[in-house]
Design a protein around this ligand. Structure first.
Ligand code: SF4
Length: 471
């Protein structure tokens, strides 16, 4: 993925001053939260299903090598070709070479976050291939020259009014009206010819099914089927963590994934693709390639295997107070929100991305809604600790924490420091809050600090719980 402009703080500042962004994000995530809550309420066994889903993924992760080999054997037997890619560059090179070998000029693509993760859109453009995004939201952001801002709704940052302007400007025929039906119809018409002109269709995979060698795609628009069926060549790019043992397991996870993402029982299209077209088949690709991508997943297997359970449902984004305030682009990676703050340091390095785990409030909402119970706050704390140990944090913060640790380990000194600090801090408070504090301007520049009480908790307890309640 190309690095976005500015540093994290600049991007956050820009996002916080964009009222349109806030409206668009709240519209999308608010709807998603309400629908998910209704779906969970209507499923009495939700917690049991969640535990079972986590166990299904843990089993596949624990036996990943075994199931990946089984998947490869069965995929080969179905006529597919399997390619292994250690990292993003190798994955892109394989896909580009396959497109060139197919003599492709136009390539259709259905939404795949892995594609964004490995920078596939740029690799295709670099090879002179015309890329057509076929998911409606991806089509919108392709017209706008943007990257996705949400893993389920890539155009979550855009209002319907924005989209109408884009379609008026770029579609060969302007939509007859700016209502949703007309605009969807306009996109459908615009994309139709490309579905049939493309020589290669590229998809992701929600699951890789070991027992059959099939890959599963889940969409609401049917664009994955139109991307993968008419072209002569179908290329799948999938992270190795998408492996599951059986079709039964894939379906059990699908129930959780869809409810957590959209609140629906099922998406409109759940398709298992198994090998190329066979003799007698009316349609389907002549070649079926599956590119299995590691790109940091083996490292995660050793360091944070829980994260490999992620189904990419987006629920943690929708419930995150930080994501809802700043949207997806401010995060700067392919994956935003809590799951992105855990994943991006794996892909882009902790030194460059240490701000992401630090920007979390650790309120725990993400873990609570995650359909596979990933302990996101714990994983974020893991990165924070690593960042301190590696010396990536600013020298001043590091010195302050060391000083605090020294004082905190000496009770008499600690009490003395408190005796001075509390009254001093109270001098800077206005209407119950401290907005600016010498030596802590980095903190107070973006946060207010509550006015400290007159006496410490310990003093209050010693006095029999009688706190001086005067502010
Ligand atoms: S971390 Fe959990 S909630 Fe977030 S996208 Fe992954 S599966 Fe969904």
């Amino acid at each position: 993925m190309t690095a976005p402009a500015g540093n994290f703080h600049d991007r956050v500042e820009k996002a916080l001053h964009d009222p349109q962004l806030k409206i668009a994000i709240e519209r999308t995530t608010g709807n998603a939260r309400r629908k998910r809550a209704a779906a969970v309420a209507a499923w009495p066994d939700f917690e049991a299903a969640r535990a079972a889903a986590a166990a299904i993924k843990d089993h596949a992760i624990e036996h990943m090598a075994f199931y990946l080999e089984m998947f490869e054997r069965n995929a080969l037997a179905s006529g597919a070709l399997v390619h292994w890619a250690r990292d993003a560059d190798e994955a892109c090179r394989i896909v580009v070479d396959l497109c060139k070998a197919a003599g492709a000029k136009t390539v259709t693509r259905s939404k795949s976050m892995l594609g964004e993760e490995i920078g596939l859109p740029h690799a295709l453009a670099g090879a002179g291939l015309r890329r057509v995004e076929t998911d409606l939201a991806e089509h919108i952001i392709q017209l706008a020259g943007e990257t996705p801002s949400h893993i389920i709704w890539p155009a979550a940052h855009r209002t319907a009014e924005d989209v109408a302007k884009l379609f008026d400007q770029y579609h060969h025929e302007k939509p007859p009206a700016h209502d949703v039906v007309s605009m969807v119809g306009s996109a459908r018409k615009e994309l139709r010819a490309d579905f049939f002109a493309a020589e290669v269709g590229i998809s992701g995979a929600n699951f890789l099914v070991a027992e059959t060698g099939a890959i599963c795609t889940i969409t609401n628009e049917g664009n994955a089927e139109l991307t993968t069926t008419p072209p002569r060549v179908h290329i799948v790019t999938a992270g190795i963590e998408k492996i599951v043992a059986s079709t039964e397991h894939a379906l059990q996870l699908t129930r959780l994934l869809v409810r957590s993402a959209t609140g629906a029982d099922l998406t409109q299209y759940t398709t298992f693709h198994c090998g190329p077209k066979r003799p007698g088949d009316r349609d389907g690709p002549e070649q079926f390639h599956i590119v299995l991508v590691d790109h940091g997943r083996t490292q995660m297997l050793a360091e944070m295997p829980d994260m490999l359970r992620c189904l990419r449902c987006g629920a943690c984004l929708n419930h995150c107070v930080v994501y809802r305030a700043i949207g997806g682009h401010a995060y700067g990676g392919a994956y935003p929100g809590p799951m992105g703050s855990v994943l991006t340091p794996v892909f882009d390095g902790l030194e460059r991305t240490r701000d992401l785990p630090t920007a979390c409030t650790l309120n725990g909402q993400c873990k609570q809604v995650c359909p596979v119970d990933i302990p996101l706050p714990t994983l974020l704390r893991h990165w924070r600790a690593r960042s301190w140990r590696a010396g990536y944090e600013p020298k001043i913060s590091s010195a302050a924490v060391k000083a605090w640790a020294y004082v905190a380990a000496r009770p008499a000194l600690y009490r003395l420091a408190q005796a001075f600090a509390l009254p001093a801090m109270r001098l800077f408070a206005r209407e119950g809050w401290i907005s600016s504090l010498p030596l802590a301007s980095g903190w107070t520049a973006s946060r207010d600090f509550p006015k400290p009480p007159r006496q410490t908790f310990l003093t209050t307890i010693k006095k029999g719980g009688k706190e001086n309640r005067k502010p």
